[in-house]
Design a protein. Sequence first.
Length: 267
Amino acid sequence: MSTLIQAIRDGGVITWRNLIGLRRVPDALIGLTIQPIMFVVLFALVFAGSLGGDAYREFLIAGIFAQTVAFNVFFTTIGMANDLQKGIIDRFRSLPMSRMAVVLGRAVSDLGVGVITLIVMSVTGLVVGWRIRGSVLDALAGFGLLLLFSFAMSWIGVFVGLTARNVEVAQSAGLIWLFPFTFVSSAFVSIQGFPGWLQPVGEWNPVSAVARASRELFGNPTQLPGFEESSAWPAQHAALYAVLSSLVIVAVFLPLAVARYRRVASR
């Protein structure tokens, strides 16, 4: 128990250090917020007229939320790789602190980044016509689900960042899998429009479950006009599958990240 308490206490210190560093380098935060704003504006104003108008806007925003919190893993990857390349990890190793504190602090601080990103996107969505049709509690549950997924994805970022040899490699490694992972989903379009062999991939993609569950909780359309509702298990139990997927990601990548940090710190 004392080890866990120390890890939480030391992780809180690292979290504060990361947040202070973000305040001193606002360019990074600006980049994280401009991209989702661009996605919202482009898809909601430029493409919506050809894809369903107002109905598509309400379908779209929760998908962009899911895609963006998944993309925050890229920020985590770069931050972790940057600390490793600059030798900060070596400095932490010399301190009497929990080995888990560094990776925990990175994951929690980047969860704070996810909160800021969701606030910015929500305001942008309201400006372009998106509305929350469900109850306040359901809406809070929707945002909570998105943040849980963001926290889970950050552990992938921590692991990849510690595995990459340098920041440049981390940038490439962070993007190679993120694009198919987020776009082969129901974040932007209906899975029923995919080729038959690709539909199961999209249906079981956690991004699809998070996007659909968020739409349900926000009271937004879960399907585009002209397409039938999916009968696949992940679509019928989207919230449950989204939570389970997030927990599985944490269960797999948290110990991998801690083990990788110990290996790196022992060099």
